[in-house]
Design a binder for this molecule. Structure first.
Ligand code: PLP
Length: 463
């Protein structure tokens, strides 16, 4: 295709997109003015836009394409299943081989006390399911007053009204009119942003955990159904809890006998170098929610992994749990998920993150910690963040949060690289297949983009 033809197509696509497609989480006025970026192809760790630019994908689509793009095996698995049985529901006491096989496989790779799976199609749906199941569990146990779920500020659990209310993002709450009742939000374990002068990460982690205990006591433990948390807060800016936090949170959960929902929509399927972040942190959740990378994003699939204690409560009663989706356990999505997990096992991708990708990410980010714009770099497994600040010494932020992050993101993009800006925190979560070549390329682009951003905001930086 000639350049002229490509350019022409891009304009047409942008115009049509602007006319007919309303995008998620978007400032529609500004998108209409700028036009959308059109992505037309992916292969391995790269994507291509409609003007032929090759782009290194530092966000795995959206924390999703763990095995990378262009896997013919996944397409074959979908095609074969479509021809065999493209759809049948799992209501009314029916099942089918792909959902059985995937459920068995998931039970094998989750902790031993988790053996059952309930399916949906998105992370938001899986969290809605978890919320209903948690409250149903306590009703079955004769404690229906236990309905309050405690989550954290800046948590992201999805965009449906229930999951959005369980999340702790004020800009999501703002559009819920009003936020659903029955959720409380405690401080998030964000040492860089929330610690007091001279407070060590260890001491801060214990203080953040204590906020959970204080809230349980304020509400009355007899009214608390569960604590919900992402093992690493992803969309909130890759906030990694200090080492002291999770053991203390687990101790508090056990002490008050509340349920524990680990939202692993981002961290599930190898991101931290273990199948689930719960393994990485030694957590014992009663429910794990998953989505995204279960199929590496090749088809929508999500679900909740449920422990024996909750399943036993369900089995002890003979009334229905009135909840489900037409596409719960969709056969084609299940077949693709099975093949995706088979690829991850065959290529030892989870161990590769632990042995190679995670350490390479940490080494790469460490090279930027002395840059004048950078307040902190942090990573766990293949999730990392670079905090941009106006004053390195005092951690003072730039005015108008998000402005400098967008400047930096645009420099990344012009250099053929995608990292996401969460306000002024640049976050990275690439496909797990990244090797030395991709890390070297990312390092070169990050250095250049940080320098260009610094030049743009030089007048605002503390001397
Ligand atoms: C931790 C977490 N939970 C839930 C969700 C919602 O998933 P979905 O967008 O598939 O509804 C997300 C999305 O990024 C997420 O990061």
């Amino acid at each position: 295709m000639s350049n002229a033809k490509l350019k022409n197509s891009t304009t047409e696509w942008r115009d049509l997109d602007a006319l007919h497609h309303l995008h998620p989480f978007t400032d529609h006025k500004s998108l209409r003015a700028s036009g959308a970026r059109v992505i037309v192809k992916g292969d391995g760790p790269y994507i291509w836009d409609s003007e032929g630019h090759r782009i290194l994908d530092g966000m795995a689509g959206l924390w999703t394409t763990n095995v990378g793009y262009g896997r013919a095996e996944l397409a074959d698995a979908a095609r074969d299943q479509m021809l065999e049985l493209p759809f049948y529901n799992t209501f009314f006491k029916t099942t089918h081989p792909p959902v059985i096989a995937l459920s068995k496989k998931l039970a094998e790779i989750t902790p031993p006390h988790i053996n059952q799976v309930f399916y949906g199609s998105s992370g938001s749906e899986s969290n809605d399911t978890a919320i209903r199941l948690i409250r149903h569990y306590w009703a079955l146990k004769g404690q229906p007053q236990r309905h309050i779920i405690i989550s954290r500020k800046n948590a992201y659990h999805g965009s449906t009204i229930a999951a959005g209310s369980m999340g702790g993002m004020s800009h999501v709450h703002k559009h819920s009119y009003p936020v659903y009742d029955g959720f409380r939000h405690v401080m998030d374990p964000y040492w860089f942003g929330e610690s007091r002068d001279g407070e060590t990460p260890e001491a801060f982690g214990l203080r953040a955990a204590k906020a959970l205990e204080d809230e349980i006591l304020a509400i009355g433990p007899e009214n608390v159904a569960a604590f919900a948390g992402e093992p690493v807060q992803g969309a909130g800016g890759v906030k990694i809890a200090p080492d002291s936090y999770w053991p203390e949170v687990q101790r508090i959960i056990d002490k008050y006998g509340i349920l524990f929902l680990a939202d692993e929509v981002i961290t599930g399927f190898g991101r931290l170098g273990t199948w689930f972040a719960s393994d990485y942190y030694g957590l014992k959740p009663n429910i794990i929610t998953f989505a995204k990378a279960v199929t590496s994003g090749y088809l929508p699939l999500s679900g909740i992994l449920i422990d024996d204690k909750i399943v036993d409560a369900l089995m002890g009663h003979d009334d229905d749990f009135n909840h489900g989706y037409t596409f719960s356990g969709h056969p084609v999505a299940c077949a693709v998920a099975l093949k995706n997990i088979e690829i991850m096992e065959r290529e030892k991708l989870v161990a590769r993150v632990a042995d190679h990708g995670g350490p390479a990410m940490a080494r790469m980010l460490a090279k930027f910690k002395d840059h004048p714009l950078v307040g902190e770099v942090r990573s766990v497994g293949m999730m990392g963040a670079i905090e941009l600040v106006a004053d390195k010494r005092t951690r003072r932020r730039f005015d108008n949060p998000g402005r400098v992050g967008l400047i930096c993101r645009d420099h990344f993009f012009r250099e053929g690289f995608i990292m996401r800006a969460v306000f002024d925190t640049m976050v990275c979560a690439p496909p797990l297949i990244w090797g030395d070549e991709q890390f070297a390329e990312a390092e070169r682009v990050i250095r250049k983009a940080l320098d260009l951003t610094l030049a743009d905001v030089a007048g605002e930086i503390a001397a």
